[in-house]
Ligand binder design. Sequence first.
Ligand code: SF4
Length: 175
Amino acid sequence: MRILLHVCCGPCALGPQEALNKEGNQLTGYWYNPNIHPYSEYQRRLMTAGFLFGNLQLSLLVEQADFSDFLSGLVEAQREGGRCLFCWRHRLEKVALAAKTGGFDGFTTTLLASGHQNHQALKELGLEIGGRVGVPFLYQNFRVNGKEAQARSRGLGLYHQNYCGCLYSEWEKKI
Ligand code: SF4
């Protein structure tokens, strides 16, 4: 299958890449992450993902971030207590639309490799968006080979961030 893999950072992509390639899928990475703040951090993670995909000899499509649109929605979602749900939805809808436009057989996300994200909520959201857009969401627990992926990532010298991405998450980490 031709799969469009939403990539939120370099280290998180290694587990999904290995699992999906092992199954014989053909992968293309897709970068769309207006949730990463500040911009210098956004660039650093994008450069890391670009380096990794070059190293793996896989394509990484880069969608320009619309920070204004994202930030206005994020502030409202934060007030209403649904910040992460808004953030996942905002990004996964973009990935699904890109997968549909590009004629991919399905899409998925490296968010499923993170132990910090809500797996069940992501699964339900991905399936709902995939059904609405008309392109299958590929759910897998990419956390299972996390330790090996971390070791590979360290071996490649990839940058590892210490907060999720948005200003709120950095703030929460430091207070
Ligand atoms: S904590 Fe992470 S998932 Fe939640 S809104 Fe911030 S960047 Fe998005």
